[in-house]
Design a protein around this ligand. Structure first.
Ligand code: C5P
Length: 405
């Protein structure tokens, strides 16, 4: 099937043994309708010839920044603008380091700087090189800047080592490319255009005195990812955030709050003017009954101290019980056992339209992690979203909400 019909893929090959797989990769991409142009570093040419890549891609290979003939046909800036996707496979430790440093000291690195197309990086190197702190930091840097990291796989390596650093197989890269374009189409279609979405995120801080407070481990990452996804899907987004150290996603309007009482007020101010409310914040259930005016002093007469706590308002339940202009209301449930029973219990008790539940007792998901696994429950049934990055999950959750509103 022509799943990549009309897609322009710039394949950047750097000098690793996995470069020999690029002929196969190019053929499979073209088979699915993509147009592929190849750029090679000098080292890449030691592993696979430009002639081979020219034959399989149907176009001359670009390999020099200073080649007048190549510049006359399709110059490097033109090539950078031409691409819908830049796929770097294999991406060596050296290429990744040069990208992290923002260098443009050959044709490929210059193109990467000059393109505004998305860049997917498929690392391939010896496992020790991959695990080296410098490489790990470089990968984290380019990922933070928005590059997509595809792989590596783990297993036996050309050098005889066993570990992470194998380039993904050509068919896996083809499937990731297909998925990438499918996902991008959703963002281009902007299915949430015209909808306004209110999201609460992060922890709350419940003051004991002017310097101390009670809080929880919520990082706000899931709520911020939801806000970014909703915005990218075309919605108008308002984010009410507890204290977190995260940048506001582009185009999202943000209000900062500290305590549950403040969050309750802010959310209720906004709720009736929004189509959807997603309560992702980890709101403290209780707050100290008395907030001392001055710092509480340690006393010599007792080894114990008792804090009396009172219940906070349930924000999501307050929104769900609005009689007029009630938004479609979505809750979150972090559970450590019996996830479905507790989540469905909250769905019913708080009168929600949907609840996203996760098992926070499983290592690597939930609080303070970049990944999560979620099951969405509503009256119609359930949808399981397996372990994925919070960004990917956020998009899937927003798409599911879009189906229901
Ligand atoms: O009952 P539990 O705290 O587990 O419910 C979680 C859901 O309720 C989340 O959506 C959370 O944002 C919301 N919640 C709230 N106000 C509270 C406590 C929880 O909105 N005081």
């Amino acid at each position: 099937m022509q799943t990549l019909a009309g897609k322009k893929i710039l394949l950047g090959i750097s000098g690793g043994i996995a470069a020999y797989k690029c002929a196969e990769l190019t053929r499979r991409l073209i088979e699915r309708g993509a147009e592929v142009r190849v750029v090679m570093t000098n080292a890449a040419k030691e592993f696979i010839t430009p002639l081979t890549m020219q034959a399989v891609s149907g176009h001359p290979v670009a390999d020099s920044l200073l080649d007048p003939a190549a510049e006359a046909s399709m110059g490097h800036i033109e090539l950078a603008k031409w691409a819908d996707l830049v796929l770097l496979a294999p991406a060596t430790a050296d290429l990744i380091a040069r990208m992290a440093a923002g260098m443009g000291n050959d044709l490929l690195s210059t193109l990467i700087l000059a393109t505004d197309a998305p860049v997917a990086v498929s690392p391939a190197m010896n496992q020790q090189m991959y695990l080296n702190t410098a490489t790990q930091e470089n990968i984290a840097t380019i990922e933070r800047r928005g590059m997509h990291i595809w792989g590596p796989a783990a297993g036996e390596q050309a050098c005889g080592d066993i570990g992470p650093g194998r380039m993904l197989e050509p068919m896996q890269l083809v499937e990731l490319s297909e998925q990438f374009f499918q996902d991008r189409q959703v963002f281009l279609d902007k299915p949430l255009e015209g909808k306004s979405i209110l999201i609460s995120a992060g922890p709350t801080r419940e003051a004991l005195d002017p310097v101390r407070y009670i809080t929880n481990h919520s990082s706000g990452k899931m709520g911020f990812a939801l806000a970014a996804a909703a915005k990218q899907l075309g919605a108008h987004v308002t984010l009410v955030s507890g204290p977190v150290s995260l940048p506001t996603p582009d185009g999202v309007s943000r209000t900062n709050v500290e305590s549950a009482i403040e969050m309750h007020k802010s959310v209720l101010d906004y709720a009736t003017s929004h189509n959807v409310f997603i309560s992702c914040a980890a709101v403290a259930d209780y707050r100290p009954e008395i907030v001392a005016d001055q710092k509480i002093k340690k006393t010599d007469d007792s080894d114990q101290m008792t804090i009396s706590m009172v219940k906070n308002p349930d924000i999501v339940a307050s929104v769900a019980s609005l009689q007029k202009n009630r938004p479609f209301t979505v809750g979150f449930a972090a559970e450590t056992q019996d996830v479905e029973r507790y989540a469905r219990g909250k769905l019913a008790r708080k009168n929600l339209d949907m609840i996203c539940a996760n098992d926070v007792s499983v290592e690597g998901q939930g609080f303070n992690n970049n990944s999560n696994a979620i099951t969405i429950y509503d009256k119609q049934g359930e949808l399981e979203l397996p372990l994925a990055s919070k960004n990917e999950l956020a998009k899937a959750i927003m798409m599911h909400i879009n189906d229901r509103i």
